[in-house]
Design a protein. Structure first.
Length: 365
């Protein structure tokens, strides 16, 4: 077993240092999984406890007690891109058994104009030569979450993901990565730690040579070399602390969470060095009788460089609304309201269903 672990570690380090890692890679995997989490500005690392925990923190899958399914749709960049997420969780038949989950993510920009052949051999512009193509990214996630029987209130989880990225007929890639997470209940406090791409995620690209020749010829002295075929995604760490408060009116509860998101690269995050950076996020959820939910959050704190070399602080405030009735949850989130940050607003809708009706009478899941 030790030899296997050493070989695995050697392989991971070889990939990390033998290839060029990118600061921003597979960024579509950082968008989110449901409107509830986005309404709280992704501050759910410690509280994720349903089918969508496969994305936010796979350790939270261990708290799923019935079969669940979820669907999410988001219009990104004010409708330019479409992001869709579908997930299913299978509850254990025995108490404290592992929970299995599967999800599919797609982020795509469709109907892009291909103008590489706009000008014919005679130098004339021919609009009939314009073609349409799509750029789409896919992720297939397989996860498991479980309680640690020897340590009360400790939950662990693992997610393996296969990545497929397609840019029309020009290029495509396959990739693989792993996520891991833990959650711990400490009195009235909830703690969560999520390591995304903790082994680094590796993508191998393939480029169509014929189409590349057309791109080279489209603009003189531009795009004359193929991009690198190997792409590495560096690990990210998410740490969250949450607590639920009982208000004077017993029908109301306030859930709050503070998360810190770490990258192992110098970025525009609020706190940044040559080797790492961190950006916080804060989320709140006010519920009435576990039936109506009002959410708000702020995150993605960035220091943006201006043309005069000064830096301004950019952030993204989010709000959300949700309803839950008889195991059906419907949620909505509006991200980056008022376009305070550099990104455009996004509308997100999601639905989650508890499949209680699949249980047989007299049996518990």
């Amino acid at each position: 077993m030790k030899k296997i672990c050493l070989l695995f570690l050697f392989f991971t380090l070889h990939l990390t240092y033998g290839q060029r890692a990118r600061k921003y890679s597979n960024e579509f995997l950082n968008i989110g999984a449901d409107a509830a989490g986005l309404g709280m500005s992704k501050s759910v690392t410690a509280i994720a406890s349903d089918v969508n925990a496969l994305y936010w923190n796979p350790a939270g899958l261990s708290k799923v007690t019935v079969n669940q399914g979820s669907l999410m749709h988001m219009t990104h960049f004010a409708g330019i891109g479409n992001y869709d997420h579908m997930a299913v969780a299978i509850a254990p038949k025995e108490k404290d058994g592992p929970v299995l989950a599967f999800s599919i993510i797609r982020f795509g920009v469709d109907d892009i104009l291909n103008t590489t052949e706009l000008i014919d051999s005679d130098g004339n512009i021919d609009l009939n030569r314009i073609q349409l193509f799509s750029a789409a990214d896919y992720a297939f996630n397989f996860g498991v979450g479980s309680n640690v029987k020897k340590v009360p209130n400790l939950h662990v989880g693992l997610n393996a993901k296969v990545i497929r990225r397609i840019v029309g007929d020009f290029a495509s890639s396959w990739g693989f990565g792993l996520d891991a997470g833990i959650q711990y209940q400490l009195g009235s406090w909830q703690l969560g730690l999520m390591a995304r791409d903790f082994t680094t995620t590796y993508n191998l690209w393939r480029f169509d040579q014929d189409n590349f020749e057309k791109i080279k010829a489209a603009i003189p002295n531009q795009n004359q070399e193929l991009p690198e075929k190997n792409e590495l995604t560096l690990p990210k760490i998410h740490f969250g602390v949450a607590k639920k408060f009982q208000l004077k009116n017993k029908n109301f509860h306030l859930l709050s969470e503070l998360d810190m998101h770490f990258r192992f690269a110098e970025t525009n995050d609020l706190i940044s060095s040559s080797s790492a950076s961190m950006s916080p996020s804060l989320g709140f959820q006010l519920d009435y009788g576990d039936f109506v939910f009002l959410r708000a959050g702020v995150g993605n704190f960035q220091r943006i460089a201006e043309f005069d070399d000064s830096k301004t602080l950019s952030l993204e405030p989010n709000i959300g609304l949700g309803f839950r009735y008889h195991g059906i949850s419907i949620d909505y989130a509006l991200s980056n309201i008022a376009s305070v940050g550099n990104a455009l607003y996004s509308n997100t809708f999601s639905v989650k269903i508890d499949f209680d009706f699949l249980k047989k009478p007299g049996k518990s899941i």
